[in-house]
Every structure is written in C-alpha cells, then in structure tokens.
Design a protein around this ligand. Structure first.
Ligand code: FE2
Ligand code: FE2
Ligand code: FE2
Ligand code: FE2
Length: 399
C-alpha cells in the first residue's frame, strides 16, 4: 500500500504539542510553527522537496526530548542545560528520514557566534539545525506577542551574532508578505502545515510502518517516570500472544503498532498528575481518562489505521459498559481490543513502579479473574494469557 509518512508525523506532532504545552507555559503549536517557518526558509534557500521533507520532519520533532524531562521546571531552564537536545537527538536517530543526518536536533540551540548550548560555531552546525534554531527563536518572539516591527528589529540586530546572514536575510524577505504572518496564525496553522510539507508516499507494509511507530513507544514510556517500559512491555507480550493465536503477519504488525501507540494520548495529560505519588482525586482521574480519547484523535487521520485506531483506543473500555471514554459494551468491543485491554492490565500489574515492585503472574491473574467475574474483561483471553505466561515468574525488566 502507498503510505504517506507525512500523515503519521503530522498526527504525532499534535501529540508532541500537547506534551510541550505541559512544559511551556502559554504555548500552543510551538513545533508546528517552527516547522512552517523552517519549511518556508528552506524553500526560500532553494532546498529540494526531499530536503524540505526532512527539514520539516526534524522541525516537528526538534523538541521531542522535552517529553523525557520529568520535571515541572520551566522550559528555559532545560534549554540552558541542553538536556532536551541530547534526549531529542537520541530519540530521533531511528526515525526513517529520507536521508540520515547527525546532530540536527542536538545542535538546534547553537548560535552563529558560538555562544549557544554546546558552544558550536556556525561552520560546525548543519544548515537544518541553523534554520530550526532561527525558527525557534522567531517563535519565542512571536509567542511574546511582540509586534512585527519589534520582531524584525530584534532579528536584524542579531544578524552575525545569533544567526547567519544567509538565514536571517531569507526570513527578512519572507516576512514582507502578509501571508507569512497569516500562515503562522493558530487559526490556519494546520491547513498550512499540510500544504507546506511535500507529500512523500512509499510502498510499504505494516511491518515497515511498525519500524516507524516503534520509536514512539519509548517516547510515551519516558514521559512518565512511573511507566519506564510499559508500552514496550506490552509490545513484547502482544507479539507472543499474536503467535499463540497464529495471527497472520499483517494482523500481528497492526497489533504491535496499536501497542506502541495505545497510550500516546498520555502526552496530553499533565506530568504532575501522571507522576503523582498517592491516590488521584476524582478530578485528576477524570483528566487521566482523557488519554484514550486523545489517542483516538491522534491516530484517526492516518490512512490504513482503521483497526489500529480501535485496538489502540479501546483499551480502557469494559465489556459491561463501565469503561472509558465511550462506555462501549461487549458487542462493540472486538477481539483484538479485548486482547489489548487484558495485556495492558497484565503489563501494568507485573511491571515495576517507583513505589512498588511488579506482581508475579499468580497475583496478577487473581486480579484479572476478579475483573472477569465483574464482566469487565474477556475471560477467554485471560485464560489464554494464563496459559501463555503462567507458571513463569514474570521477569521485570524496568530499570
Ligand atoms: Fe528546543
Ligand atoms: Fe523549540
Ligand atoms: Fe491507557
Ligand atoms: Fe497502557
């Protein structure tokens, strides 16, 4: 099938923006705006479609390292340490860009005069990093609601200090049109983002799509310090169960993609709630419950993801209709959604958390059986999980 990676990345960027909102006070659409400005500068500088595709992809992902910073501290303090640059570089290294480049994310906070985060000078920084760094700086000014004149003045004053003349001059040309400023308005940003991103589709199967989505499970897992290996643990177990049921390869990889993405909506839940020590209040729990709804909204626009959307987003639904977010009953919950639900709970019970050790298989089965008795989860799937993982003290791999 012809699959457009753009679609996947644009959908995920929505999730990343949700996560950034938690760290950047009063910020919306930061990565999208940086991506749009970067793409426009790339065009102005005469980059090819393929180069712009990668540039926009890097720009959408440039602050992805933020999700690994489990702290309430304001973003500026992290930017100084460069921690999010290092984490981000590590995370994106396996993403299937059209061409492999190094240190694009790592050096997105360098400056022309070598006074940036890692003290690199202009000639040591890739053009993409420079464009993204410039666009990031511009976005900060834009976020502060400075007037267009004030922004132009600030940028002009920093030519040869923070920015290379090449990039700043390209931007100075671009910003002369009214459309530049309208394109970055929150109102139109999603339309523009799609237009600007060269559409690159490839003939791929679900196994290859899984190569891309598997980079997102560590992102989701690292967002909360409580769930060090939750999504990857689910992937491993789903893999084993898919073989047990003798599912064909396509179904197996669709399930693995669902496992990678099932909690991606958690990026939209404030870290202080996910990482709270102690019982959540009713209000906090109702916020946590939003995550599967977000997962659905993030994934639903991706082509060929029909089943995946269901299997990834229904994992907190219950057969007796008491689950969330829709309260679906048994007749609306298909087999793979039931499997995901059981494995999600089994993984959560058996994995280590900072405040407790993971349960062994027998204890976890007791809890699953209680849930079967209440008609919350599928008894046959639970029996199969017992058959497959039973007798073995489940090894906890979280660190
Ligand atoms: Fe950054
Ligand atoms: Fe940024
Ligand atoms: Fe969940
Ligand atoms: Fe989960």
């Amino acid at each position: 099938m012809k699959f457009c990676i753009n679609n996947l990345l644009l959908s995920i960027s929505f999730a990343l923006d949700l996560a950034e909102k938690d760290f950047m006070i009063d910020s919306k659409n930061h990565s999208k705006r940086v991506a749009i400005v970067s793409g426009k500068i790339g065009r102005q500088l005469g980059l090819s479609d393929e180069e712009i595709f990668d540039l926009v992809s890097y720009a959408l992902l440039h602050d992805v390292g933020i999700v690994k910073l489990n702290s309430e501290a304001h973003i500026e303090s992290h930017e100084k340490t460069g921690a999010h640059c290092i984490f981000g570089e590590e995370i994106v290294k396996d993403f299937p860009f059209l061409e492999k480049r190094e240190n694009i994310v790592l050096y997105h906070h360098e400056t022309y005069n070598g006074e940036g985060t890692f003290g690199k000078f202009d000639h040591e920084i890739h053009l993409f990093s420079k464009i993204i760094g410039f666009s990031d700086y511009f976005e900060l000014l834009h976020r502060e609601h400075l007037s267009q004149e004030e922004i132009v003045r600030d940028i002009t004053n920093n030519i040869g200090i923070k920015f290379s003349p090449e990039i700043a001059n390209a931007w100075l040309e671009l910003q002369k049109t009214a459309s530049f400023w309208l394109d970055i308005d929150d109102l139109f940003i999603d339309n523009v983002k799609g237009d600007l991103f060269p559409k690159i589709c490839r003939d791929v199967d679900y196994r290859q799509i899984h190569e891309t989505t598997k980079i997102f499970s560590p992102i989701v897992d690292s967002y909360s310090s409580f769930t060090g290996n939750h999504s990857s643990g689910i992937s491993e177990k789903i893999d084993i169960m898919a073989d047990f049921y003798q599912f064909d390869q396509e179904k197996k990889y669709k399930l693995l993609i669902s496992a990678d993405m099932h909690d991606i909506g958690k990026l939209g839940i404030p870290n202080r709630i996910l990482d709270k020590n102690g019982k959540l209040t009713n209000e906090e729990f109702s916020i946590v419950k939003k995550h599967t709804y977000y997962t659905r909204r993030i994934l639903e626009k991706i082509e060929y993801f029909g089943d995946i959307v269901e299997w990834a987003s229904n994992h907190h639904e219950k057969l007796n209709g008491t689950g969330y977010p829709y309260g679906l009953g048994a007749e609306k919950i298909d087999f793979c959604s039931r499997l995901m639900a059981v494995i999600d709970i089994y993984q959560a019970l058996t994995e280590n958390r900072p405040y407790r050790c993971g349960m062994n298989h027998v204890k976890a089965m007791d809890i699953l059986m209680e849930m079967v008795e209440k008609n919350e989860i599928d008894g046959q799937v639970v029996a199969d999980v017992d058959k497959v993982f039973g007798g073995v003290l489940v090894e906890n791999t979280s660190k």
